[in-house]
Ligand binder design. Sequence first.
Ligand code: DP6
Length: 329
Amino acid sequence: MPSARASASPSLALIKYWGKQPGGVNIPATTSVAVGLHALRTTTEVEGEPSPAGRSPAARLSIDGVEQLITPFEAVIAAVREHAERAGSRYSAYDLTIDSRNSFPTAAGIASSSSGFAALVGSLATFFELDLPDQEMSALARTGSGSAARSVFGGFTRLDAGSRKASRIHPADHWPQLRVLVAITDRAPKAVGSREAMERTRRSSPYYDAWVSDSVSLVDEAIAAIGERDIERLGTAMRASYLRMTGSMLAADPPVIYWIPQSVAIIRLCEELRASGIHAWETMDAGPQVKILTTTDDTPAIRAALESSGAVVGVLESEIGGEPSWRVG
Ligand code: DP6
């Protein structure tokens, strides 16, 4: 049976994508700036067999061993299959069995949809023996999940408002000392997915327009800070982005509240650490985990503080990187 495997890392937004523009699938309303989390990985394996004559090719997909409803994945699979048909791939009409596994908690706000859809597109393209440009891979991944457009690149990336594909700002080795600590506060899957929450914010939050127009100012600031490797300047822009995004969610009807008491405890802990001169800059996404941006010098102190806080059930540490498997080498 022919098979293929590909892997990709989650894309952590420093400046957030939250809200969509009309006129396409997952076209972001705000520009995001992100880093690939090297230590976290989604690995996806595709196996195929010829479909029986007389019916169109089908697919099944499981995540961490649990079979999923295929609907949310169908459009992406069909889009890659179309490329395969056009390219005359010998496997374009095969039935597919897709097995995706995360090295981190799924659906708990560690952007598993970013690495998930990037690895899905990568494994399908590999299976069909396609050699598509990065920009096309990014556009395909975006149709699965906006943030996945960024996971097709490792290192420092951006996905512009209104754009169909992400691009790379710097390779990972631009800032080798940069680290992300993921403080896991709760391993349960989130109650409201980011897609629904984002749409609810757009539809009902009186702060949505302000969020979108204000977010522009943070993009250049973050990109300049990355260019200068200035953690304080980057952290300040990053904190403004996640808190303003959160403000727009809290004002939605019904409100979107991902924070739990432990999240707030860690936000406060980061404030205290910064007051004592430690670079601990937090950000959050569509879940209760807190991600802390720092540098190698301060990682041990933050780890120790997290471990004695009583607010975390686990800590993951990652350098910046996360080049997808098909781009390595
Ligand atoms: C808060 O990319 O999961 O993580 O495009 O609807 O799949 P869809 O949304 P998704 O949203 C990511 C939201 C975020 C911020 C970010 O990653 O930029």
